[in-house]
Design a protein. Structure first.
Length: 128
């Protein structure tokens, strides 16, 4: 499991949080799935167990996981999380389109540029 990028300037616990959130959004981790234990994930990532615990606490605070005493942490199934993420992304996109419009880029120009960039990424062997 590759959850940490040491060249990333974000704290390790934030990287763990974001990676698990993406796994939940993508359906890799599903409702009711048990999360790795704090200790085993810390060993696997060669990090301090307190760092993993901090990440799990944040995931629980944000509503992505829940804890069962004596059993561990589990993925919380909540379709609202995905809907909230979609709304957040749409809001960010609208802000970017608004900014582009303010500097004189038309919607058509912007969409065309995005299509070109996505084609370059796809042709480069990466999936979008």
């Amino acid at each position: 499991m590759n959850l940490i990028d040491y060249s990333d300037s974000r704290p390790i616990y934030e990287q763990i949080v974001e990676n698990f959130k993406m796994q939940i959004f993508k359906g890799i981790l599903r409702e009711g799935d048990q999360m790795p234990s704090v200790r085993s994930l810390a060993v696997e990532l060669s990090t301090n167990p307190n760092t993993v615990q901090k990440a799990y606490t944040e995931l629980e605070r944000q509503g992505f996981i829940y804890t069962v005493k004596g059993r561990g942490n589990f993925v919380k199934g909540d379709s609202l999380l995905v809907e909230n993420k979609k709304e957040e992304l749409v809001k960010q996109i609208i802000e970017l389109f608004t900014e582009a419009h303010e500097i004189g880029l038309s919607l058509d120009e912007l969409v065309e540029e995005i299509k070109k960039k996505l084609a370059d990424i796809t042709l480069g062997g990466e999936n979008v």
